[in-house]
Design a protein around this ligand. Structure first.
Ligand SMILES: [Cu+2]
Length: 167
């Protein structure tokens, strides 16, 4: 009876010992984790450079129209300052979208435009807009000065094109 009791106590002590060792290992792991955080932070911050740059200037409006006179952006040619935005408004004759041709947009501008175009349906292409008053706003903050030709993918053949000049 006494021997049995001793065995039980010893067994409990061993279990406690095992738990203590486990806790100690866990503590060591969590203590090591904070040391990894500073190293990981720059990697996490890097994608933020590709995050949308907010509009800091004027938001211009361009209407997207399809009627008896044809398919068009109005105005088709617009000049904005870096930091301005353009709100494209669906008026009639959709679906319309705003699509830049990656083949003719310089790399630095592509990167900025990609970051500043939410809900892309394709590379440098906005979502499709079918209903009147739907809109799509692109920020030109961080977009280098230059002339950027764009078109409406569904109506490219009908010459629905425009040029945005950023200066
Ligand atoms: Cu269109």
């Amino acid at each position: 009876m006494r021997f049995l009791g001793f065995a039980v106590v010893t067994g409990a002590a061993l279990l406690l010992g095992a738990c203590g060792g486990g806790d100690k290992a866990a503590t060591t792991d969590s203590a090591a984790a904070p040391a990894d955080v500073p190293a990981a932070a720059p990697a996490d911050a890097a994608p933020a450079a590709g995050a949308m740059a907010p509009i800091t200037g004027t938001t211009h409006e361009v209407k997207m129209i399809g009627d008896g006179a044809g398919y068009r952006f109005e105005p088709a040619n617009i000049t904005v300052a870096t930091g301005d935005g353009i709100k494209f408004i669906m008026v009639s004759g959709g679906p319309h979208n705003i699509a830049f041709d990656p083949a003719v947009i310089p790399a630095a501008a592509q990167e900025a435009l990609m970051a500043n175009m939410p809900e892309q349906s394709g590379e440098l292409s906005s979502k499709m807009m079918l209903n009147a008053d739907e809109s799509y706003t692109i920020s030109f903050a961080g977009v280098p000065a230059g002339e950027y030709a764009y078109n409406c993918t569904p109506h490219l053949a009908m010459n629905m094109k425009g040029v945005i000049t950023v200066k």
